[in-house]
Design a protein around this ligand. Structure first.
Ligand code: BJW
Ligand code: ZN
Length: 248
């Protein structure tokens, strides 16, 4: 693995613009379950029953309870060495962008500054009727909750069949198309349009690095694949980068 890390660091020392594209795997070592791994969230529960708007209208109690359960986990866990390594690396680059599919807020809590959240954020909730925002704080309702206007309150996350937040997606695409190196970390890269981000980066000439213990649809396209856990690989890259930077 050390040779691969050296290769990544050789590149990092030469480039100006970095994109780090992340998925559920980056938070796995914090204790947030992924979706599609064998212990993932969707081995027991079907996505189409929970992560879409019609499912919410059909069964708002179940979907509200599911998001309360996940928000509680996300509150209780801490960022892991992968989140911290990404936040640390940002300090060395003028243009450094985290593009995340995660809704768990852990990149921000670790100190990353420039983040595009493609699938929303579990901290925000809004009324589907009047669009008023609600902060539920430490309340974890186990049944549907309603706005003062009578509308259902939903989490501000992107479900299947829904558009991604326009500003976040546009910002992410722009960063991808202009970066020199793109890391794809902890994502199966099967959910679109988010999964276009590393593809756009590669198509526009960026060096594409994948960090994942397992092969993905993106592995063949990557210039370099490091098969390992994000929380082990990323700190090594950042330590080596800082060491080499000092020597220059
Ligand atoms: C580790 C690790 C460790 C483990 N270290 N790694 C083509 C173009 C455009 C759209 C489509 C298209 N084809 C199909 C579509 C539709 C659909 C889609 O993509 N479907 C595919 C699944 C087939 N896309 C949509 O519906 C999107 N909207 C859209 O297209 O709008 C336009 C439109 C509008 C109207 C009509 C039609 C179209 C929206 C997608 C929204 C996805 N939302 C979710 C839920 C968010 C809320 C929530 O969290 O509850 O987002 S689904 C879920 O998947 C979640 C994730 O962000 C997303 C990606 O998952 P991720 O992060 O990759 O997790 P996993 O579990 O899959 O992978 C984890 C990885 O980590 C694994 O590889 C492990 O090996 C690895 N790992 N431990 C490093 N320690
Ligand atoms: Zn309302």
């Amino acid at each position: 693995m050390i040779e691969l890390i050296q290769k990544v660091v050789d590149k990092l020392l030469k480039v100006k613009s970095v994109v780090v594209f992340t998925g559920a795997g980056v938070s796995a070592e914090s204790g947030v379950p992924t979706f599609r791994d064998k212990d993932g969230l969707w081995q027991k529960l079907k996505p189409e029953e929970l992560a879409n708007f019609n499912a919410f209208l059909r069964n708002p109690d179940l979907v509200t309870e599911w998001y309360s359960h996940r928000r509680k986990i996300m509150h209780e866990v801490q960022p892991n060495p992968a989140h911290y390594a990404i936040a640390e690396l940002e300090k060395y680059f003028e243009r450094f962008t985290v593009v995340t599919q995660n809704i768990d807020n852990l990149h921000r809590r670790a100190g990353s500054k420039k983040i595009f959240e493609l699938h929303g954020n579990i901290e925000r909730n809004y009324c589907i009727q009047c669009k008023k925002f609600y902060d539920l704080g430490d309340n974890y309702p186990d049944k549907a909750i309603y706005c003062e206007c009578g509308g259902l309150i939903r989490p501000d996350v992107v479900w299947f069949g829904e558009m991604l937040p326009e500003d976040e997606y546009e910002g992410a695409v722009n960063a991808a198309k202009t970066c020199d190196i793109c890391f794809s970390v902890g994502t199966s890269a099967v959910v679109f349009p988010a999964a276009y981000i590393p593809i756009y980066a590669k198509q526009n000439g960026a060096f594409l690095v994948e960090i994942n213990p397992n092969q993905t649809d993106l592995s063949k396209m990557a210039d370099l694949v490091i098969q390992g856990k994000a929380g082990e690989v990323l700190p090594k890259i950042v330590d080596e980068f800082k060491k080499r930077k000092k020597e220059i």
